[in-house]
Ligand binder design. Sequence first.
Ligand SMILES: CC(C)(COP(=O)(O)OP(=O)(O)OC[C@H]1O[C@@H](n2cnc3c(N)ncnc32)[C@H](O)[C@@H]1OP(=O)(O)O)[C@@H](O)C(=O)NCCC(=O)NCCS
Length: 163
Amino acid sequence: MANITTQQANTLLQGHIHLRAMQNKDLRAVYKLEKLGQPRPWPGWYFRKQLRSASCWVLEQQGMIVGFGIFSMVKHWAHIMNMGIAPGYRRQGLGRRMMLHMLGMASRQHARYCWLEVRSTNYPAIHLYHSLGFRKKQLRKNYYAIPSGTMNAVVMVRKLQED
Ligand SMILES: CC(C)(COP(=O)(O)OP(=O)(O)OC[C@H]1O[C@@H](n2cnc3c(N)ncnc32)[C@H](O)[C@@H]1OP(=O)(O)O)[C@@H](O)C(=O)NCCC(=O)NCCS
């Protein structure tokens, strides 16, 4: 699937954006989005693996993948594993929409808590998670290897249901 330029994105912004389950045919486009959004992207095979074992979602507009989100469940804990929104589509509420969808899905699967890891300098993502009720619980030093060295991760947690 073709990558999206900012210009294309802007001309399409008014159209309907559909949230649906990720499929095999989306993997190439999802991987392209990942590379646009992460200093150390997941490898393509890892997305393929998650598609078999985790809960994987995409945002699609007129056949183009403009966002994705992946979470997994372990007992009563939901783990937001990854998400990304195409650069030309950010600050439109799509990241929040994807997160609310995943939190709703996790609640329906009886998750009591949700947690995630995020680069300590990823302020857009940290703001998004904080605005949704996530709070910083732990700092994991040198958690991510990136081309220029290592980066710290922040673990954020949100309660979903009463015990
Ligand atoms: C993080 C990311 C998913 C946010 O997606 P988005 O669609 O732009 O987010 P939204 O438009 O839903 O924003 C929701 C809230 O998040 C916060 N936020 C989002 N981008 C922000 C930014 N650049 N600076 C500050 N706050 C930001 C704001 O609180 C915002 O609410 P507001 O617009 O009412 O102020 C997106 O920036 C992205 O794909 N980044 C690259 C990949 C990535 O970092 N993924 C997270 C991995 S842990």
